[in-house]
Ligand binder design. Structure first.
Ligand code: PLP
Length: 404
């Protein structure tokens, strides 16, 4: 146990964001052994791995810079922490978010690179967004009207981006109307077009048609003397699939977090991304259940012979994929153990007939440490998609390390 205490102290030494621990001493289990006082799940982030990934994506895109997509709380990993890390990357030109409050939060945290809001915003935040130099998307005629109304009272020039719908069909100015609307924007006082962007779909033929539409829009803007600013099109899949999508910058999300958008993409070998995070949770209960006992409301898992069952305080309500109970593993010490049950707030792991695991030991549910617990490895074990690994609740604390 002493070793564990030392490891824990060492742990503290490299942690930059670790507010929750100060003031708490090491707790003691019933058997008198010391264990770290974690009682909830947490996420660890590696700065070095994020910077490595950003630089690799820059290579994938023929040296184009990255507009890092940090939507959905940076894919569940912590928008503020990930933005702070990427703000130091030479490969990252700017960041794109879909929530107005995320745009403001990353500015408050000291992000100096351009921040693009790819969505609507709350009118009450409008002046603050302008003051904080957030680039606002114009994605429809009504969004232009809303921004023009705000500009009236703003003293600064408002940076805007033309969000063009070339065929995704859910957001953006329809490409046939973009040039006309851009004419109105260019003539409006106080607005400056800084970026023009669209999003590609995955089917290659149609994505190619979308690129043609986009480039046609750009050509016609330029003919009218309207500068489109920075041009970008490509989410992760297109940037790998279609070099024509690279434009002046690429706009990946999932690749930054170390996952390819689909399993077994051939580029994965050429570009070894790193999984820059770990999802961890402590063992809070350890009991030897008897043959015939069951676990869970639905009695999902039936104990076949006496075995140690660990309980982790994380469940599907925290964003851990409930499919884990169909074959996923977690790492405890040097060993992988099967997940046998996932409820809303708890996960159970089978440790077998004998165990050296203790209450307080930290389990890694997702991380770079073993193939079976990477997002892709997890997806393979339980037949789920990579992207499901990114629903983690915002309330899960983040710890930022230089490297791991
Ligand atoms: C989500 C999103 C991206 C990034 O998608 P990934 O597949 O995660 O790379 C890029 N652009 C837009 C507009 C998006 O909504």
């Amino acid at each position: 146990m002493e070793l564990k205490r030392r490891q824990f102290v060492k742990h503290l030494g490299v942690v930059a964001v670790f507010g929750s621990v100060s003031g708490q001493g090491l707790a003691h289990s019933l058997t008198g052994t010391a264990y770290p006082p974690e009682s909830k799940p947490w996420i660890e982030l590696s700065k070095a791995a994020y910077l490595h990934n950003a630089s690799l994506i820059n290579q994938m895109a023929g040296s184009r810079p990255v507009m890092a997509v940090l939507k959905n709380n940076a894919y569940g990993l912590g928008v503020v922490q990930v933005a702070e890390i990427l703000n130091t990357s030479n490969s990252v030109l700017g960041m794109a978010v879909v929530k107005d409050e995320s745009a403001l939060a990353i500015r408050s945290a000291g992000v100096t690179k351009p921040v693009l809001l790819m969505n609507d915003f709350d009118t009450s935040l409008a002046q603050e967004l302008i003051r904080q130099d957030i680039t606002l998307s114009i994605y429809s005629r009504s969004s232009l009207k809303k921004i023009r109304q705000m500009v009236g009272s703003a003293t600064d020039t408002v940076k805007v981006a033309l969000y063009v719908d070339t065929g995704l069909g859910r957001m953006g100015i329809p490409y046939r109307e973009t040039v006309r609307l851009a004419g109105e924007i260019a003539n409006a006082p106080g607005l400056s077009i800084e970026q023009t962007f669209s999003t590609l779909t995955t089917p290659r033929d149609f994505a190619q048609e979308q690129i043609v539409r986009f480039e046609e829009v750009i050509k016609n803007l330029e003919k009218k003397g309207i500068s489109p600013g920075l041009k970008h099109l490509a989410p992760s899949y297109s940037l790998l699939d279609l070099p024509g999508s690279h434009q002046e910058a690429v706009r990946p999300g999932i690749l930054l977090h170390g996952s390819f958008p689909m399993a077994d993409m051939p580029e994965a070998k050429q570009y070894p991304l790193k999984i820059p995070y770990r999802l961890k949770a402590p063992v809070i209960r350890l009991e030897k259940l008897k043959a015939g006992d069951t676990i869970g409301f639905s009695r999902f898992y039936k104990v076949k012979k006496d075995e140690w069952i660990a309980t982790l305080p994380i469940g599907w309500a925290d964003g851990y994929d409930s499919g884990a109970e169909n074959g996923a593993k977690v790492l405890l010490g040097e060993e992988l153990y099967p997940v046998v049950n996932v409820n809303a707030s708890h996960t159970n792991v089978s440790l077998g007939e004998k165990t050296r695991v203790n209450v307080g030991d930290a389990a890694t549910l997702i991380g770079p440490d073993r193939a079976e617990i990477t997002p892709e490895g997890f997806g393979k074990l339980v037949n789920r998609h990579n992207y499901l690994q990114i629903n983690y609740k915002e309330s899960i604390p983040k710890r930022v390390y230089e490297t791991f």
